[in-house]
Design a protein around this ligand. Structure first.
Ligand code: ISJ
Length: 353
């Protein structure tokens, strides 16, 4: 076939794709009506995951699964936005990695609302000013985001999904590398690029900021300065990328949580997050954790945080594989309730990303 013939074929296929996309969207809208009448959440991360897995299985190329997922992300996002005007609150300012993670999960068609602090994200969702919130929870190099864990103590919000984003830091600036005197960085990002910075910018004055986007904003305003930030922030603040992938660990990734008001149903491949507190006595943690062993549940994480109510009293945050409605997880929770002073299930949600 020559080019005009190929283009004619493309035009005819596009006509079918547009028709099919609208037919699909009509079904999504019908489902949305049924859900609204039943008081159910419109967004269903478990179903979205099943759709994405299915289309990847159906795919025989040449489109890559990654591209197909990105296309479907937007197909689902546009339908969601027609079902209901949805707002996603995230830890801002604009162009942070959290913003990037939120767009990756919810697509470009929804409304996004940047918040100053993790506490503000929780508050926006609690007060119904946002439908969902996105906050960072842990980085594979630097560990847990303590503010986020602390927020769960007094909040009734649920974790409804997680997003794992590979984090690629860049050195961004308006000047040349040899002219850099100041380096703006969020402490977490600096921790992830420590060796690179010590090796390549040993004489730069390091100034810590509250976010990667803020670092980029400062570097854009000040001569002879640079920032550690992501490519979205570089683009947003008009900075040049002097070096990309400067994180010390190439497998650097951050896990973000999607906060909502209702738990997701089981998918068969879930994770449950639980918070608990114990009496200050010998073997208390050992006895509590025995529940996970007894019901053969793989524990994927444990963190402790000061309770802030009484000195040397702690809350433990435990993640395990499985959904709270799975028999073994439900039994383990009953067992935990017997052994602990306090147990709260923060959510069960699809595992992996
Ligand atoms: C259509 C539904 O609602 C939403 C839209 C989806 C879609 O476009 O496929 C999938 C899950 C939900 O977020 C559903 O729950 O099936």
């Amino acid at each position: 076939m020559n080019i005009p013939e190929h283009r004619k074929a493309i035009d005819s296929l596009d006509a079918q794709i547009v028709k099919l996309l609208n037919e699909r969207t009509k079904h999504v809208l019908e489902i949305g009506d049924i859900k609204l009448k039943a008081g159910e959440e419109i967004y269903a991360p478990h179903r979205e995951r099943a759709v994405l897995e299915r289309i990847c299985k159906l795919n025989h190329g040449p489109i890559t699964n990654e591209s197909l997922r990105a296309i479907y992300r937007e197909v689902m996002s546009s339908a969601l936005s027609l079902e209901k005007s949805m707002t996603i609150a995230y830890l801002g300012p604009e162009a942070t990695f959290t913003h990037q993670a939120a767009i990756r999960r919810f697509g470009a068609s929804l409304k996004y609302s940047a918040q100053k602090t993790v506490a503000d994200v929780f508050s926006e969702v609690t007060k119904n000013r946002a439908d969902y919130g996105v906050v960072p929870i842990e980085n594979s190099t630097e560990g847990v985001v303590t503010h986020t864990l602390d927020m769960f103590v007094d909040s009734d919000l649920k974790i409804v999904a997680q997003i794992v984003l590979p984090i690629q830091h860049c050195l961004v600036s308006t000047c040349k590398r040899e002219q850099i005197k100041k380096l703006y960085s969020h402490p977490q990002s600096l921790g992830q690029c420590r060796i690179w910075v010590q090796t390549h910018l040993p004489n730069a004055e390091i100034i810590e900021t509250s976010s990667n986007a803020r670092s980029a904003e400062f570097a854009a305003k000040e001569k002879n300065s640079a920032a550690i930030a992501g490519s979205l922030a570089a683009e947003h603040y008009g900075l040049r990328i002097l070096e990309s992938d400067i994180q010390d660990n190439s497998a650097n990734a951050t896990r973000f949580l999607v906060l909502g008001r209702q738990c997701s149903p089981p998918t068969g491949k879930d994770r449950t997050s639980i918070m608990l507190s114990l009496s200050h006595e010998v073997g208390a943690l050992y006895k509590a954790l025995a529940a996970f062993r007894r019901f053969k549940l793989n524990m994927t994480k444990i963190e402790s945080r000061p309770s802030k109510r009484k000195a040397w009293e702690y809350y433990f945050f435990v993640d395990c594989e499985g959904h709270k409605e799975d028999k073994r997880v439900a039994k383990a929770i009953v067992e935990l309730q017997k052994e602990c002073n306090f147990v709260k299930v923060l959510g069960s949600y699809p595992n992996g990303d």
